[in-house]
Design a protein around this ligand. Structure first.
Ligand SMILES: N=CN[C@@H](CCC(=O)O)C(=O)O
Ligand SMILES: [Zn+2]
Length: 404
C-alpha cells in the first residue's frame, strides 16, 4: 500500500461518476483520503502536477464498487444441490426437504469463528480484485443467538483486517431452523427478543434483514421483526417477492426500508410504495440466472417510477455462487435489458444508497477516494465484456491497494 498522504494524478481519463459518464476527458487528483480535484482536461493547469505522483493517462475511472447484498460467510458447499436442480428439483422443493439454506446452516454452525474467517477471506479478496470497496455481509446461516453473533463477528473482523468497508446485516429470519419446526412465531420471538437486542448492544449489526416468502417468513412476522429492529435504532431491508408476490415489499417500504431485494414478482402497488419511501430496488441477476428463474423483475416499471435500482452479487453458496461483480453488470444488461450506465450506477451510487451510505459510490471533489481505474476505453465495456484483469488501480480511502 502507498502513503495515503501523497498526491496522485490521473490525466485524460474518462469518468463515470456514479450516476453518469462525464462528457469530456478529466484530470483527477487525490490527496490523503479525498479527491481534491476533478476537472475537465480543457481546464487543466500544469502547475497542478507539481508534487503529484503521475498515475498514468487514459482508461476509465469509476467509484469503488459497492456490493450491497452478499452472504459471504458460510461453511460447506452446495454443489450437490446445484446438480439436483439441474436434474429438475426446484429451490423451494430442496428447501422444504431440509436442504438449501438449512444445509448451509448445519455446516456454518459446525465451523469455528476462525474457520469461517479463513473460508470467507478468498471470497472477499475476489470481490476486492474486481474493484469492490464497500460490501454488505449478512448473517443468516447461524439461526441461533450464538451462531448469528459468531457470523457477525467474522464480518466485523473481515472489515478490520482488509482494506474494504464491511457493512453488517443481521438476517436471523433467513429460514426456520429445524429445532423450531411448526413454531415459527416462537422463532420470530427469538429474533425480536434476543438476537436483535444482543446484536445491537454489541454493535455488531448495521441493519436487519428478513426473507419474506412462503418457504421463510410471513409479512406479519417480518413486520414484527422490523418493529423490533427500529426499537433498537437499526435500519431495515427485505428479501421479497423472489418466488411469489406476498406483499412484503410494500410493507417494508411503509416502514421506511432501505431496500427491497430480488423483487421479481413485485407489482405496481409495491413499486408505488417504494417510490413513496425512497426504498432502493436491489436487483440480483446472479440468483435469477442460477435458479433459472423465468419471472423478470419489473425493470421498466421501476425505471418509469424513478425508483433507484442497485445491482449486487448476492454471493452465497446456493442461489448465487458467483463472486464476480462485473459479471453482474453484464447479466443485468443481458438478462434484464438494463443499460450499462444503469448497471454501473447500480453498483456504485445506488448500491451505496441501499446501504444508507449517502455520498459514497460517487466521484466528486471532496469525495472519499474510494475509486477504481480500469483498462477499458468506455464505462460500457465493463458491462459488455466479462474479463478479469482489467482493474489497473483500486484506492480505498486514498490508499492504493491494487496496481502499485
Ligand atoms: N433468498 C434468500 N436468500 C439468499 C439465498 C441463500 C441461499 O440459498 O443460501 C438469496 O438472497 O438468494
Ligand atoms: Zn440474499
Amino acid at each position: 500500500m502507498s502513503n495515503a498522504m501523497s498526491r496522485c494524478l490521473w490525466r485524460d481519463i474518462i469518468i463515470f461518476d456514479g450516476l453518469r459518464t462525464r462528457p469530456e476527458p478529466m484530470a483527477v487528483i487525490t490527496e490523503g483520503a479525498r479527491i481534491i480535484t476533478l476537472s475537465p482536461m480543457s481546464e487543466f493547469d500544469e502547475q497542478w502536477a507539481k508534487d503529484c505522483t503521475e498515475m498514468g493517462r487514459g482508461g476509465v475511472m469509476t467509484p469503488g464498487l459497492v456490493d450491497c447484498h452478499t452472504h459471504l460467510i458460510f461453511g460447506g458447499s452446495r454443489a450437490e444441490e446445484f446438480e439436483a436442480r439441474l436434474e429438475g428439483a426446484s429451490y423451494e422443493e430442496i428447501a422444504k426437504k431440509g436442504g438449501g439454506i438449512i444445509s448451509t446452516v448445519r455446516a456454518t454452525r459446525a465451523a469455528s469463528e476462525d474457520e469461517l474467517f479463513r473460508l470467507a477471506q478468498p471470497r472477499l479478496e475476489a470481490l476486492m480484485a474486481e474493484g469492490v470497496t464497500s460490501v454488505e455481509i449478512k448473517s443468516g446461516y447461524g439461526l441461533t443467538l450464538e451462531d448469528e453473533l459468531k457470523m457477525l463477528r467474522v464480518a466485523r473482523r473481515l472489515g478490520e483486517r482488509f482494506p474494504i468497508q464491511v457493512v453488517t446485516t443481521l438476517l436471523g429470519a433467513h429460514a426456520l431452523p429445524p429445532e423450531y419446526q411448526d413454531q415459527s412465531d416462537a422463532y420470530v420471538d427469538l429474533v425480536c427478543q434476543e438476537m436483535i437486542p444482543a446484536a445491537a448492544a454489541a454493535g455488531l449489526a448495521d441493519a436487519v434483514d428478513v426473507f419474506c416468502e412462503k418457504i421463510a417468513f410471513s409479512v406479519e412476522q417480518c413486520e414484527r421483526i422490523f418493529k423490533a429492529a427500529q426499537q433498537h435504532g437499526l435500519p431495515i431491508k427485505i428479501h421479497a417477492e423472489q418466488l411469489s408476490n406476498l406483499g412484503g415489499t410494500a410493507m417494508a417500504a411503509r416502514h421506511g426500508a432501505l431496500s427491497a431485494d430480488h423483487i421479481e414478482y413485485l407489482d405496481d402497488h409495491g413499486i408505488a410504495a417504494m417510490r413513496e419511501a425512497n426504498t432502493v430496488a436491489v436487483i440480483l441477476p446472479g440468483a435469477f440466472h442460477t435458479l433459472r428463474e423465468t419471472q423478470q423483475p419489473p425493470i421498466e416499471a421501476l425505471r418509469q417510477a424513478g425508483v433507484p435500482m442497485a445491482i449486487a452479487t448476492d454471493a452465497n453458496p446456493g442461489s448465487s455462487p458467483l463472486f464476480m461483480p462485473t459479471l453482474m453488470l453484464n447479466l443485468a444488461c443481458t438478462l434484464f435489458r438494463m443499460t450499462p450506465q444503469e448497471a454501473l450506477a447500480g453498483m456504485t451510487a445506488h448500491g451505496a444508497t441501499a446501504l444508507g451510505l449517502e455520498g459514497l459510490g460517487r466521484l466528486y471533489e471532496g469525495a472519499v477516494a474510494n475509486l477504481c481505474v480500469w483498462d477499458v476505453e468506455t464505462p460500457a465495456e465493463l458491462a459488455y465484456a466479462v474479463q478479469p484483469g482489467r482493474l489497473r488501480h483500486r484506492l480505498f480511502q486514498g490508499v492504493i491497494t491494487h496496481g502499485l
